[in-house]
Design a binder for this molecule. Structure first.
Ligand SMILES: [Mg+2]
Length: 372
């Protein structure tokens, strides 16, 4: 495979409603979109899922942009390769870190490869599930009535799991109210995005009363030790998100028992090649996996849906339809969820299974750079 031309775009996509986490509030999703062209008229798309602020991980959208422009795109254009699984090791050899930026290109190469072969990406990756269960994430809500209203609305729409963002002072009571409202059997999870410390250990142990399906990333983004200490005492499974940036981190989690569930986001681990390795590792050891979201547009979402069709993804993913987050998505068709809470995997369409709405893409583009 040879890449002839790369177009890097920065977009600013209006959200349906503001999204609040322990790191702040956003009203637009700034994102980077990659378009790769080979010499035969095929195009591959990718999206950088890094966030604007360094509150999730150190890499941000602007640092990804710099890594793409200065190191990664020039390196990709210089290199010929046979298979997309060569890209990640090639980048990793000389460039450390910058997982989100690397994944943007790596995943676009996978899309290009699948489109050249005229096969669905999900099929190339080994996907088997024709549809994937969707969970919804609700941001931190100060008004408990409003939170319950939103939760009930989500259940009515068919969502299989409800995950709420939590932070000290806005956690146990909200989850307890949801548990009472939705009953003992509904899948409720909590995501702390590293908002707690060891000092909160006693408080977090109370959460076992709530029968949550998981407690996601209560402690530091670079921590395994404290998570392992908590997991020894906590019955609720801990799910790691921010702490798993590589295959090695996944092995560490398993060896230290710092978590029992993995939230796998392909952007966070540098792309699909490492995602496939983590999937295989977890599948062999019965470690449940699910695919998390980063408020991606329909392009990034398409990769998550293809990945979530693999057999190890046994828990609902953060795979909401386009309309949940955006006034209008940049893909055609937009992603839909059925009344039972499933998103169909487009096995009948090549690559990631969507076309890009070029008119709207141009409309939301705020910067463009070309490389050849
Ligand atoms: Mg998370």
């Amino acid at each position: 495979m040879t890449i002839r031309k790369v177009i890097l775009r920065e977009i600013n996509l209006p959200l349906q409603s503001p999204f609040v986490t322990s790191h702040g509030t956003i009203t637009h999703r700034r994102s980077l979109i990659i378009e790769l062209m080979d010499g035969d008229g095929y195009t591959g798309w990718g999206e950088c899922s890094a966030l604007e602020q360094p509150g999730y991980l150190p890499e941000t959208l602007d640092t990804s942009l710099s890594a793409l422009q200065n190191w990664l795109i020039p390196a990709l254009l210089k290199h010929d390769f046979f298979h997309p699984n060569e890209i990640q090791p090639y980048f990793d050899k000389s460039i450390r870190g910058w997982n989100f930026a690397k994944a943007t290109l790596e995943m676009a190469v996978w899309d290009l490869f699948a489109r050249q072969k005229e096969i669905a990406l999900a099929q190339i990756l080994g996907g088997v599930q024709q549809k994937v269960a969707a969970g919804i994430v609700l941001g931190i809500e100060d008004d408990l009535h409003r939170l319950i209203e939103k939760a009930q609305e989500a259940v009515t729409k068919g969502y299989k799991r409800l995950k709420i963002k939590i932070a000290p002072g806005n956690d146990y009571a909200a989850l307890q109210a949801l548990r009472r409202k939705l009953g003992v059997n509904f899948d409720i999870a909590a995501d702390a995005n590293s908002a707690y410390t060891r000092a909160d250990l006693e408080h977090l142990l109370r959460f076992d009363d709530l029968q949550l399906s998981m407690m996601e990333q209560p402690f530091g983004w670079d921590d395994h030790f404290d998570h392992a200490e908590l997991q020894k005492m906590l019955q609720t499974p801990i799910c790691l998100d921010e702490s798993i940036l590589s295959f090695a981190d996944c092995q560490t989690m398993h060896a230290m028992q710092s978590g029992r569930i993995v939230n796998l986001k392909p952007g966070r681990v540098g792309g699909l090649t490492t995602s496939l390795k983590i999937h295989e590792f977890c599948l062999k050891r019965n470690i449940p996996l699910w695919c998390g979201g980063m408020l991606e547009s329909g392009i990034g979402r398409a990769f998550n849906i293809a990945l979530a069709s693999l057999p190890g993804f046994t828990l609902p993913g953060d795979l909401s339809p386009s309309a949940r987050y955006f006034e209008r998505d940049i893909v055609l068709p937009e992603w839909q969820m059925d009344a039972q809470g499933f998103v169909a995997v487009p096995f009948d369409r090549p690559g990631i299974g969507i076309e890009v709405d070029r008119d709207y893409l141009t409309f939301v583009t705020v910067g463009e750079w070309q490389f050849q």
